[in-house]
Every structure is written in C-alpha cells, then in structure tokens.
Design a protein around this ligand. Structure first.
Ligand SMILES: [Fe+2]
Length: 584
C-alpha cells in the first residue's frame, strides 16, 4: 500500500472521502470474535476495507457502488491453505471454476513442476500465477524423493534462498517427516534458511506419533495436513501445530475428523483445506465453498467452519494482517451469502472488485503461455519394444523368491515376497494369480534408466496403463498384462511429451496429453475432465477395480503414502528407507 492509498483509507474511515463500494446493512460474520453483527455495512476503497460499522451515511457518496445486503451474510473470502494446483490443468483453467464459489486466496505446493522442469520451471509457473483476480502464493519445494537420480537434480540451497526472498513464496513446502527425524542435512539446511527468511515450514506427518512426531515438531514445522482421526488431530494441536483437515481429490477426512467438535476444544489452529482437487471436482462440485458446506453439514457451527477456512488459515501463514477477516485495512476479499447454512455465494469480491455474481464470473483469469522448452521434458528418445519389459533372471534356481508390490487399498501398498517360476530364463506375468508387470522409466534424459518388476492387486486382464505423472520423480510408470502393450503405452506417452495412456491389443483406448513437464495439459478443463472419465472407463475395462485408477497408478512412486514403491532404480522400502531389488 502506498502513502496515497493509506491516506485514502483513513479519510474514508473519517468520512472525509467516499468509499468505492459499500456492502450495506448485512449480518457481518466477525471471525475475530465469533459474533454475527446485525445491520452492519462494509466500506471498500481501492483494494482494501476502509471502514466497518452500522451507519454508512458518512462513507457513501453519489459515486459509491452500493450492494444491498439486507437479510444476507457478509463473510471473508475463503483461503485454501494447502493444495497442489499443478495437477492436470493450468491455473487459469482451474480458476474459471474455483473463483466463483468464494475462494480468494490459494497457497500451493510447487514440487510437481520442480521435478521435471527444475528451478526455471518453478519461476515459469510462478509467472503463470501472477496478475490473477485472486491471490495465489507458492511454497519452495524441498523435493523429497525416493530416487537418487531425482535427488541429485533437485534444487539447491541457494535456489531455495532465492525463492524465499520472494513475496509470493510464503515458506517451505511439505517435507515428509522421515527426512527430518533422520536429520537429512540438506533438508535441515533448507529449514534453517526458512527460519532466517522469517517464513513458514509446512509439515507432513503421515503415520508419525509419540516421540517421532514430537521430534518432527522440534524441527520447526508449523503444520500437518495428514491426520485421519480426531485423536491424530488432538495430538498435533497439543504440540502447537496448525492442523489442516483434508477434503479434496485424494483424501476426504472431514467426516471422521468432525468428531473433534464434540470435545469442546479451542479450534483456532484447525483449518479446512483440499490438499489438491481433481478437475472433475472443481467443475462439478466447486472448491473451498464445498468443503465449508460439508463442515456445516457435519454439524460444525457455520461461524467456526468459516473461521477454519479464513482467519485460522491466514494466521497459519502469517497473513492475518492482510486477509482472513473483515476489518479495516484488510484486503476486501468478501463473500455475500443469502444463507449461512447454504454456502452459495451471491457475490464474491476480491481485492475490492466484484469477481462473480450469482455464480457468473465477471473477471476472467489471465492465461499464460509456457515457453517451448517447458513442453519438452521427455528427453528420452528410445522406441520401446516388448523385450524392454522382460525380466531376465540369471539365477539357476527355479522357482525364485522375488519382491512384488501388493496393493492393500487403492493407494496403500506393501512388500510381498512370492515364489515364482522361471520360464526360459524369464519371470512372466501370471494373470490367474493377479501378477502383472510394472516398470518405471526415467524420462528426463536420454540415457535409459529403468526398472521392471511385478505388482499384485490391479487385476488387469489385458492391456497396459502408463503415465508421466508419477509422483515425486521424473518417471513414466507403466503397468501391464502384456509387454507389447506396455511398449505401445510408453512410446505414446513419450510421443505426447507427457500424459496418461490406456491401451490394449496395440490400440490406444484413451489418453490425456500433458506436455508441460509431463504434468499439466494445454487443454481446457472441460476436455481434461472428459479425457479423465474416458481413462477411468477404459482402465476399468482392463480389470482395474480402483475408483480413481490414474491416482492409484501415479502414487506407485511416492514416499508420501506407505509402504512399498517403485522408481527407475528399483523398489523402495519405506519402512526401512532403502532401495531394494527384485530378487530376495
Ligand atoms: Fe500435500
């Protein structure tokens, strides 16, 4: 804010200048006190709130735009405090649907772009978030990964320090807890750099409890978004952490965690967030307004639900002097709601401007064109054949004992040891035993590095399923009942410069091109939704039983979800934090 704007705000509040916009005579939800203040008006000058009170005659002039809020509620704009925006769509496509429901600030992770496109990719993506009608901040990615090759390409301390200097970077992104309690030196240096910059570290404590959780908190993380029960939440709140309840595309924890409201606790450090949201969800269900609605439906007091999506989030990110509530000097990020139990915005105001009215966007997000190099991350030029997915065994013994990935749920996996026959020196798929092939292929350079193994639980009877969106590294992950189809699918992903492909009998059945880092598509979000529906339908047709087949495939490489994963160097045993091979 400059001197002229500051003067202007004070003058409006003093009645010496008139407001640009007045929201008149509504029921104001005061998130600072938890009150609902009847017959209140809000005066906006430029991007900020100048005055809040009962009699607006002093601040309203002939030029002032007045919105009558009689019988309606005036609440702060919603903030998603933790999400992964880099997910299929480009930011402008997401915002077309996300903004109309009342979300006025988003804080996103950036790791997905940093793996394939590095530091330059992060800077490029941050450019695409600028000049949007709502505020979007990022966090510097610590880039925890199972792959040593990916780790060697990760951004360095100087680059983290540069990112932390930026106003649009609020801190360090989610750092999986094992890297901290094992005192990974590089990660701890990132932490110290973040403390020096006076910024925030986002935590990630899946499965941590007791002393290990306390040790992680001692590392200085400020939050966790992994709890799945009310008891988990309580343990973390008691350690002073902010806890983000996830209700998004990957996990939905709100129903279970809502039991916390019966414990009569102070919930000021409890937050609602999405931790990512699928294209289908944002188009068909909405964004943060749907999460707040669910909290209200589950019995949270509406004022408490609103606080969990506004002030509590702003405090977590040290932004509460700017956003999170309706008070003088704060940004005018405001929703007008006809009914406090039905979270359907009549108006959304962002930075003092009317962003949407009755669900219709009045301000368009700005489109960004990524440079040509960002569309060329598949540097591997190999043309794959079925022989690339054979498993040749030199062992003389038959059968041999091997490790396989076994799906426990659609996302959780475990290591299973099996005895399998060796036929003509090879280990083959066994569809009767639900044993199919899995391979991880590094796409980022032209030196072939890949690993082939077996996986149980996907129930594929034919075909192959490949994706460049494998989490936390730069791999194409492919599963298949047939090596020829595995080759077709991987070749097609390379040809598309990234994407998801389902094929069978040499024919492509469905695909989604994602040429920006192999992670983001150039397509409009409606087309992305349709392509993903087609992929799900065809993947189900191959036998895959999981409700979100691409997610089950793409998470086969992450250390964020237990217990047994794959990368281009082998299997990764998360329990013992080590790479292991196929043979036991
Ligand atoms: Fe996350």
């Amino acid at each position: 804010m400059n001197l002229r704007e500051l003067n202007s705000l004070i003058k409006v509040a003093m009645g010496e200048e008139k407001a640009d916009l007045v929201l008149q005579n509504g029921s104001l939800v005061n998130v600072y006190t938890g009150e609902i203040l009847e017959e209140h008006s809000v005066a906006v000058k430029g991007e900020r709130i100048a005055w809040v009170g009962k009699d607006d005659r002093n601040v309203t002039g002939p030029e002032t735009n007045v919105i009558d809020c009689t019988g309606k509620f005036i609440i702060p704009g919603f903030i998603d405090g933790h999400t992964h925006l880099i997910l299929f769509y480009q930011a402008d496509q997401f915002l077309r649907y996300a903004m109309r429901g009342g979300t006025t600030t988003i804080i996103t992770e950036l790791m997905e772009i940093s793996f394939p496109l590095g530091y330059q990719g992060i800077l490029e993506y941050l450019e695409s978030l600028k000049n949007q009608p709502i505020k979007i901040f990022g966090v510097a990615p610590p880039m925890v990964t199972n792959s040593l090759r990916t780790r060697s390409r990760a951004i360095n301390l100087d680059q983290i320090a540069e990112l932390l200097k930026r106003d649009d970077i609020l801190g360090l992104g989610e750092t999986y807890w094992s890297a901290v309690i094992e005192r990974d030196e590089k990660i701890l240096e990132f932490f110290v750099e973040t403390f020096k910059a006076g910024k925030i570290i986002a935590g990630h404590t899946a499965g941590a409890r007791g002393n290990r959780l306390t040790a992680y908190a001692a590392g200085g993380v400020r939050s966790c978004h992994e709890p799945i029960t009310a008891a988990d939440v309580l343990e973390r709140l008691r350690l002073g952490l902010y806890v983000l309840i996830r209700e998004g595309g990957i996990r939905k924890e709100l129903a279970e965690i809502s039991k916390i409201k019966d414990l009569q606790l102070d919930l000021r450090q409890l937050i609602l967030s999405t931790d990512s949201i699928t294209p289908e969800q944002v188009v068909e269900e909405g964004y943060m307004e749907a999460v707040v609605q669910k909290a209200v439906d589950l019995g949270f007091d509406p004022v408490c639900a609103i606080q969990m999506a506004t002030l509590n989030v702003a405090k977590y990110w040290n932004l509460d002097h700017l956003i999170g509530g309706i008070a003088p000097s704060k940004y005018a990020d405001i929703i007008i709601l006809p009914d406090l139990y039905n979270i359907k915005a009549e108006y959304v105001i962002s930075n003092g401007k009317v962003l949407s009215k009755e669900g219709k966007l009045l301000l368009e997000p700005s489109k960004y064109t990524f440079p040509a190099w960002a569309h060329k991350s598949m540097r591997l030029t190999k043309n794959f054949g079925p022989e690339d997915f054979e498993i040749n065994v030199k062992s003389n013994s038959d059968p041999v004992r091997i490790r396989v990935i076994e799906q426990i749920t659609e996302l959780v996996t475990k290591e299973t040891i099996l005895e399998v026959p060796v036929l003509e020196g090879k280990i083959k798929v066994d569809l009767d035993k639900d044993l199919i092939k899995i391979a991880a292929v590094d796409f980022l350079d032209d030196q072939l590095k890949m690993f082939v193994g077996l996986i149980k639980g996907f129930r594929m009877k034919k075909g192959a399923f490949a994706s460049s969106m494998a989490w936390d590294l730069t791999n194409i992950v492919v599963i298949g009942a047939d090596e020829k189809d595995m080759a077709v699918a991987v070749n097609r992903v390379l040809e598309l410069q990234g994407g998801i492909v389902v094929c069978s009998n040499g024919k492509i059945l469905a695909e989604l091109p994602m040429s920006i880092g192999g992670y983001m598509s150039n397509l409009p979000i409606e087309e992305i939704v349709q392509n993903l529906k087609d992929i799900q339908k065809e993947a189900s047709g191959l036998g895959i039983p999981f409700p979100d087949a691409e997610l089950s495939l793409n998470t086969l490489t992450t250390s964020a979800i237990p217990f047994f994963r794959i990368c281009e160097e082998g299997f990764y045993d998360l329990k013992n934090n080590r790479l292991v091979g196929l043979l036991v």
